[in-house]
Design a protein around this ligand. Structure first.
Ligand code: ZN
Length: 456
């Protein structure tokens, strides 16, 4: 048992002072005692808040961030971005993916994320055939996460068809191809590695890539193997997807999904941008998490999520960095709310009812929603949860002389340069110490070598 002591800790319902936190040998919080004694405890240097879960990542895309920003009068789009991504994918080896992942995850840790759900669809060798070890790419991601020390929920992605008309995959997509049986073999191969910092689940790439029948079968099989395993899917990201879905399936994407499978708390609907109010209410009532990726959605011109009707129905959400044009959890939440303010002409709308500190509400709800999507007990500093938290710098210009939830409001809505997050703990281990990661030079050197080869 280890003990920590902090002057101020954001507990699930309020801030508490002089808090002693006991953590067991496994990295789980055993007790939280406000007004406790500091004897023998590790002193945390500033206010403590729960770490954020990053619920949507495609690790390799970090290496191509910023490479698809050349425009033309006709306009670039999601679909032309996707072509750039396919060209990039063709060159990647498992060693590259490990180097990119490790670097990405260190950056995530510095940006306030303590766990990540990796929506992993790069399975096969460049010729489209499985590697001799079919799990080679998955193992590269797992190794990257271990090297960085971030908690990982690994979600191998089922990707079968090239469109809603079930056309075959293009050459650019053959590295993604798999069958439900292949995905379960892959999960089986990784099973022995599971532990408090590695959770396994399943992802369905999208309705474009997984026809209804294999989708239902894969979901049933996943539930049989692990009834609580997270299930993620990209859905209703683009208007073109909604139009194709209506013409091929006779329903909107979210409407179709809700009709085909029982969507519940295990599910994370990534983007879910283009919903009607009725769909938003149904998703909220299902208990599923809306996986919002505001910086990527803005970068790709996806659209704005139907926040007001979703939140009125008490919908739960979390955030993800997706294509990794930003690795700052604060920026995702700020942009999420700014998008809603710009479109509504109002400032502070969230849950109906009481006046609240929006920064605090967004941070705490996204941390809990993200934890649900990752299938991990995080997002709350209380007994039974993992000891995953952040320590803030109370002397940072953004936070100076702020108390209580004004600290979290400032954390999200005030950008004073630099990061006010000084330390990051995962399972009670300090992985970011005074803004530094113990292995960052070595991880950075490998990342640079990888980029040099990929961009040559
Ligand atoms: Zn994605």
């Amino acid at each position: 048992m280890r003990a920590f002591f902090a002057d101020r800790v954001r507990l699930p319902d309020s801030w508490a002072g002089n808090v002693r936190i006991e953590v067991d040998g496994d990295g789980t919080i055993a007790a939280v005692q406000p007004g406790g004694a500091p004897d023998g405890a590790v002193r945390l240097s500033g206010p403590v808040v729960p770490g954020m879960a990053n619920l949507h990542s495609h690790a390799f895309q970090r290496a191509m961030a910023g490479l698809a920003e050349r425009g033309a009068v006709s306009g670039d789009s999601f679909w032309s971005w996707r072509r750039t991504m396919y060209d990039f994918v063709a060159k990647l080896t498992p060693e590259d993916v490990e180097a990119i992942s490790a670097h990405l995850y260190v950056e995530m840790l510095k940006g306030g994320y303590t766990g990540v759900a990796e929506f992993h669809y790069l399975h096969n060798a460049p010729d489209g055939k499985p590697y001799a070890d079919a799990a080679a790419m998955s193992r590269a991601v797992v190794a990257g996460a271990r090297n960085a020390g971030i908690a990982l929920t690994h979600l191998p992605v089922l990707y079968m068809t090239g469109g809603l008309d079930q056309r075959p995959l293009t050459s650019g997509q053959r590295r993604f191809q798999g069958t439900p049986a292949g995905m379960f073999e892959l999960l089986q191969a990784l099973e022995a590695e599971q532990g408090p910092e590695l959770r396994l689940g399943l992802a369905l790439h999208s309705l474009r890539a997984v026809p209804a029948r294999p989708m239902r079968e894969a979901v049933a099989e996943m539930a049989r193997r692990d009834p609580a395993a997270p299930i993620h899917i990209h859905v209703a990201e683009q208007l073109k997807e909604v139009e194709e879905c209506l013409s091929h399936l006779g329903a909107r994407p979210v409407e179709f999904l809700l009709g085909e499978v029982e969507v519940d708390r295990r599910w994370c609907l990534v983007h879910a941008t283009h919903m009607t109010d009725a769909e938003a209410v149904r998703v909220a009532e299902s208990g599923a998490i809306a996986g919002l990726c505001p910086t990527t959605e803005a970068n790709l011109g996806d659209g704005l999520f139907r926040w007001e009707s979703f939140r009125r129905a008490r919908g739960r959400f979390g955030v993800g960095s997706d294509s990794h044009v930003s690795l700052d959890a604060r920026e995702e939440l700020r942009l999420l709310h700014y998008g809603q303010r710009l479109i509504s002409g109002r400032r502070a709308y969230d849950l109906p009812g009481r006046t609240q500190h929006l920064g605090a509400r967004l941070w705490l709800d996204a941390a809990e929603g993200g934890a649900q999507a990752l299938g991990r007990a995080t997002g709350r500093i209380e007994a039974g949860c993992r000891a995953d938290w952040l320590v803030l710098d109370a002397d940072h210009p953004a936070l100076m002389e702020r108390e209580g939830d004004l600290l979290l409001d400032a954390l999200i809505f005030v950008n004073a340069g630099g990061s006010p997050i000084t330390h990051s703990f995962i399972g009670g281990r300090c992985v970011i110490d005074h803004g530094r990661h113990a292995r960052e030079e070595e991880i950075s050197r490998r990342y640079r070598q990888t980029l040099r080869r990929l961009l040559a």
